[in-house]
Write a protein that binds this ligand. Structure first.
Ligand SMILES: [Zn+2]
Length: 100
């Protein structure tokens, strides 16, 4: 089993900054706004660069692919705590079914 948080995915980020090197536009996207790019909560951050393009450049007929992407992560402590709670919820019924 892979370590949790080893490969950051969209579900771990609060928002994504997309800065276009061609036109200089910079905007923040919420993860749910990235669905139009085929991005889901399971999409690795590393896969974003090929998918997200600058819509302003696209409107001008340019590729719009010269974007740099930054992710703002959800508060680390909050994330660890909610993962721990999920694990607990999962372990209790698992153990019960093993003994039964
Ligand atoms: Zn642009």
């Amino acid at each position: 089993m892979a370590l949790p948080g080893k490969e950051p995915v969209i579900a771990h980020v609060a928002s994504i900054s997309v800065e276009c090197a061609d036109c200089g536009r910079n905007r923040w996207w919420r993860p749910d706004q990235l669905k139009r790019f085929g991005v889901t909560g399971n999409t690795p951050l590393a896969a974003l660069s090929g998918r997200i393009v600058c819509s302003a450049c696209r409107a001008d007929g340019l590729p719009g692919a010269a974007v740099s992407i930054q992710a703002a992560f959800i508060d680390e402590r909050q994330r660890v705590r909610s993962e721990a709670r999920m694990l607990n919820d999962r372990e209790v019924p698992l153990e019960g079914s093993k003994r039964a």
